[in-house]
Design a protein around this ligand. Structure first.
Ligand SMILES: Nc1nc2c(ncn2[C@@H]2O[C@H](COP(=O)(O)OP(=O)(O)OP(=O)(O)O)[C@@H](O)[C@H]2O)c(=O)[nH]1
Ligand SMILES: [Mg+2]
Length: 333
């Protein structure tokens, strides 16, 4: 039997990650994603040690329906950011590589160029199926990347489900990518998502699509102006971009920087991060509580569910009994 390679110690992880060791950063993210108790324990020890080095990146979320061009957009924006001498970490939440068909830019949709760039680190977050755990793992991965010194973190998520709300709550700047010429319903974008965005970008503004993109820009600008003003005194800009021609990326990045300057000056940036920390603490506690509840009184819960279904006991009474069983369980521990 070949002996298993010894796992690095927490100190070795911390030193390595702080020095920009990408292998160790990758391993630490794997620990964060692991469901094994020993891995989780180590992951949380690392996060605690690295916490003082977090918080210094610009955290950016990018969302949009499948095929809108998120990966291609990040590849091009990433080139722009790294050319300025900045480093970038990209975390993608939906790693299922669907076939989008009619690929113009071919392999670039998998961010191949960016993945070879020494200033960039790309990591898909396994979607997994743990109780709402994806968002927590992504957030922890983000903190690890920050501790590793990345200047910008981009979280890519598909804009069709619950995940973008979690992502919105972990980033400073939330960007919504839209296609021209498709109604909102067609794009599967819920109105609420548009309201969460700090900027909109109409993608694929090139060739025959350019005219439609400019029209969409006008229409969305108007629609947003009708919406009530935001709490942070920021007018949500609508831009157009093309990964094919490179147009619009200067403007997009300038918008992100302008937003950060603006909200840091007003204090909104810092207040939002503090509020986000509190939200994550509460969310995580809920998650632990749920897992604990699941583990400790699952059998009684199933029995009570059946009794409720048969109307032998009221839902209210059943909930109280379950709470009592839960308390008793902990008292006997
Ligand atoms: N003409 C043109 N095509 C683009 C542009 N950006 C992306 N595409 C094409 O649009 C398709 C989808 O691009 P992706 O970057 O994979 O889109 P995505 O939003 O990441 O898709 P999912 O990861 O499946 O949700 C690909 O065929 C790209 O080549 C653009 O600026 N112009
Ligand atoms: Mg993609």
């Amino acid at each position: 039997m070949t002996p298993r390679k010894a796992r690095p110690t927490p100190d070795q992880f911390v030193t390595g990650i702080r020095q920009g060791n990408r292998v160790l950063l990758g391993q630490a993210i794997t620990l964060v994603e692991s469901t094994l108790p020993a891995d989780q324990e180590l992951a949380h020890a690392l996060l605690a040690l690295l916490l003082p080095y977090t918080g210094n990146a610009i955290r950016m979320g990018i969302t949009g329906v499948p095929g809108v061009g998120k990966s291609t957009f990040i590849e091009t924006l990433g080139k722009h950011i790294t050319t300025q001498g900045k480093t970038l970490a990209v975390l993608t939440i939906d790693p299922s590589s669907r076939l989008t068909g009619g690929s113009i830019l071919g392999d670039k949709t998998r961010m191949e160029e960016l993945s070879r760039n020494p200033r960039a680190f790309i990591r898909p977050t396994a979607a997994g199926d743990a109780l709402g755990g994806v968002a927590h793992r992504t957030r922890e991965a983000m903190l690890l990347c920050e501790a590793a010194g990345y200047d910008v973190i981009i979280v890519e998520t598909v804009g069709v489900g619950q995940s973008e709300i979690s992502v919105r709550n972990m980033v400073d700047f939330f960007l919504l990518l839209m296609l021209a010429g498709a109604g909102d319903e067609l794009q599967g974008i819920k109105k609420g998502i548009m309201e969460m965005a700090d900027a909109l970008v109409i993608t694929k503004s090139d060739g025959e699509n350019k005219k439609a993109a400019l029209e969409a820009r006008g229409a969305y600008t108007q629609a947003l102006h009708l919406a009530s003003p935001s709490a942070n005194d920021w007018t949500v800009p609508v831009l157009t971009a093309s990964a094919l021609t490179g147009d619009g990326f200067d403007e997009t990045w300038a918008t992100v920087e302008r937003y950060c300057d603006h909200t840091k000056a007003s204090g909104f940036f810092q207040t939002t991060r503090r509020r986000q920390n509190i939200n994550w603490f509460n969310d995580y506690f809920q998650l632990l509580l749920q897992a604990d509840l699941q583990a400790s009184v699952q059998a009684i819960r199933s029995t009570l569910e059946q009794a409720v279904a048969r109307q032998e006991v009221s839902s209210h009474e059943a909930a109280l009994r379950l709470l009592q069983a839960y308390r008793d369980h902990h008292r006997t521990l």
